[in-house]
Design a protein around this ligand. Structure first.
Ligand SMILES: *Cc1c(COP(=O)(O)O)cnc(C)c1O
Length: 233
């Protein structure tokens, strides 16, 4: 799919203003929030328009789709984030291209991704996807396994553990997401209190088009926004 450049530029501007307003309400500096533009289903030419409007961070939920767009846009200085489920058999490919991987949810995936990054000579930043809501259709590590996963990630040779990610149930009302965002932040705070380095848990990837302002109010450092930037898929 494609969207006109002028629309993308004004949508980006509107989303950035809403992030800044939400940050101000929470007494946070807007520069502490990274806007990740989720470009899944939109073509490389559309990503280029967003990059021309100043956007540098892009998220994809499928490995191959992300690799194809990255290959078509090597002339741009942008970082690719993988936000969707990663199967271990694609870990090697993902490690070579994605600067950030938000969906680490098992020790096996961690090991394969680390081996792939060593081979590729890359240092991907990783987030642990936490499953708090236990929806059948979603991935993520159970809360009880997150501390062990974090310790394993800290021992990785090539991966840099940076924080946690959550995909809560799609809300009818953005306020419905707030409790999940609070739980993720509290989990992070408990992990740090238990001795894990705060720098390795500094990022909270939470909030999408429907609820990113609430996420910013609750401490999100990365918001993943697709529809509000590129239009409906
Ligand atoms: C698609 C997607 C988003 C963006 O969703 P929008 O509602 O279009 O903003 C964010 N996070 C993940 C994991 C996604 O798959």
């Amino acid at each position: 799919m494609t969207t006109a450049g002028a629309d993308i530029a004004s949508n980006l501007d509107a989303v950035r203003r809403r992030i800044a307003a939400a940050a101000a309400r929470a007494g946070r500096d807007a520069s502490s929030v990274t806007l990740l533009a989720v470009s899944k289903t939109f073509d490389a030419a559309t990503v280029r328009l967003a990059a021309q409007a100043g956007q540098t961070q892009f998220g994809e939920n499928r490995v191959q789709e992300g690799l194809d767009k990255a290959a078509a846009l090597t002339d741009l200085k942008i970082d690719w984030h993988l936000i969707g489920h990663l199967q271990s058999n694609k870990a090697r490919k993902a490690a070579a291209t994605f600067a950030w991987i938000h969906s680490i949810d098992s020790q096996e995936l961690l090991r394969k991704l680390d081996a792939g990054a060593v081979d590729a000579g890359t240092r991907p930043r990783v987030l642990l996807q936490v499953d708090l809501a236990h929806e059948k259709t979603k991935f993520g590590a159970d809360e009880s396994r997150v501390a062990d996963l974090a310790r394993a990630a800290l021992k990785a040779r090539a991966l840099e553990l940076c924080g946690l990610m959550i995909i809560p149930p799609i809300p009818e009302d953005p306020e419905r997401s707030r409790p999940w965002f609070v739980l993720l932040r509290q989990l992070r705070d408990r992990l740090v209190a238990s001795g894990l380095p705060a720098s390795s848990l500094r990022e909270l990837s939470m909030g999408m088009s429907q609820d990113f302002e609430v996420a910013v109010e609750e401490g999100a450092t990365i918001v993943r926004v697709g529809t509000s930037i590129f239009g409906h898929r």
